[in-house]
Ligand binder design. Structure first.
Ligand code: SER
Length: 388
């Protein structure tokens, strides 16, 4: 099953159970929202989880592109991407968690054909404010799925305040032995689907109050599930990376971890630019700048003549079409090109300045400030040049 088929199967399953499909938003959160990027499918739905009636009703389903800067350092491992897609289902004050978990189990085992023996669940074990989630535990026991209790790992929020709740997660065994141990003890258990019983709101003082309605918010990582269904050992081998894996090694011979980072970061940068962000020194633009510069730093380690100009149009078009964007691929390429040019110029200037006798020893905080304020050389870049 490719990612399109996984998405279709998921959406149809929930539509058959009374859910309306909503259009996913861009990576930019709605105005007035404090987060930089949409990090989860629930994010654009916050007002409706807090009680505002949704025009399409109480049962919703969608696919939402997300970006998590917290995962930037993990990119390259088998399961993390910077930009990824999340399949989501919601009950806005309608059915409760047990119903959602049973549907999740049915869809994974019957819809996607996953062997029930390969599943493990985790459940919120309770803390000083709330008791354990016994309703979820009973479902898993009834279905015969092994369960592990955790505390922090089974609590979901989108920030220090706002809607939150205990969650129950589905893990799939990816080892080549029969399943063993538990998700917190063996990372061959990979989390694929999170069901959040979103019925609390955390206030500024840390206390919890009930939301006006009891919701369920679920999120399933599309590329993760697709790669597991396709028998692949990492998200970089699922079908969305096919053109990248076909074309990039011929352009730039890279080891596997560099290839993953370069493909992830350039593809993510294309999506971010397609959603209207431009490189800058703050906020979203800075995240974009970091993505591009990290990718170029890896590329230039072996050969500084490599660059954005090498990338075939097919990669721009494939990314745009996959994310249902409408921009001109030439515009995205131009933004990347300009950023590459800025970075090259800055590096050149940095090398010249750092070659001066004054900067030969170790650099003090004062030197770093001076290099930044007088020569426009960011600390990260200066330290990178020193290491290189
Ligand atoms: N909000 C939850 C998550 O991001 C479920 O969608 O995991």
């Amino acid at each position: 099953m490719n990612t399109d088929q996984v998405t279709r199967t998921f959406i149809e399953y929930f539509e058959e159970r009374g859910h309306s499909r909503i259009t996913g938003s861009t990576l930019l959160p709605p105005p007035g929202d404090t987060v930089l990027f949409t990090t989860s499918g629930m994010h654009p739905l916050t007002p409706y989880l807090e009680g505002q009636p949704h025009p399409l009703g109480k049962r919703l389903v969608n696919v939402q592109r997300c970006l998590r800067t917290t995962d930037l350092e993990e990119v390259g491992d088998p399961t993390h991407l910077t930009v990824f897609e999340m399949l989501g289902s919601w009950s806005l004050g309608d059915y409760e968690g047990p119903r959602s978990l049973r549907w999740g189990y049915e869809l994974l085992t019957e819809g996607f054909g996953i062997d029930p023996g390969m599943l493990h669940a985790t459940v919120f074990g309770g803390d000083e404010q709330l008791g354990p989630d016994t309703a979820s535990l009973e479902v898993w026991q009834d279905l015969g799925v092994p369960v592990e209790f955790t505390v922090e790992d089974n609590w979901w929020d989108n920030g220090p305040t706002g809607p939150c709740g205990p969650d129950s997660e589905f893990f799939l065994w990816t080892g080549d032995t029969p399943p063993r141990s538990t998700p917190t003890q063996d990372d061959r258990w990979v989390e694929v689907w999170n069901h959040v019983m979103m019925r609390h709101r955390r206030l500024d003082d840390g206390s919890l109050v009930p939301l006006p309605q009891r919701n369920v918010d679920t999120g399933l990582g599309l590329e993760r599930l697709a790669s597991l269904l396709q028998g692949r050992s990492s998200v970089f081998e699922c079908d969305v990376f096919d053109p990248w894996r076909r074309l990039v090694p011929g352009l730039w011979p890279l080891d596997e971890s560099s290839l993953r980072l370069v493909c992830d970061h350039l593809r993510s940068a294309m999506v971010v630019i397609g959603d209207g962000v431009r490189p800058s020194n703050t906020g979203r633009g800075y995240v974009l700048r970091r993505l591009v510069r990290r990718a170029l730093t890896v590329l230039w380690r072996d050969d500084p003549s490599r660059g954005i100009g090498d990338l075939p149009d097919e990669l721009f078009l494939h990314t745009r079409d996959h994310f249902r964007q409408e921009n001109e691929p030439g515009d995205v390429r131009r933004v990347l090109h300009e950023e590459e040019h800025r970075f090259r110029t800055l590096l050149e200037r940095g090398r010249q300045v750092l070659a001066k006798p004054r900067f030969q020893g170790s650099l003090s905080e004062e030197d770093l400030h001076y290099l930044h304020d007088t020569h426009g050389l960011p600390r990260e870049l200066v330290l990178g040049l020193r290491e290189g």
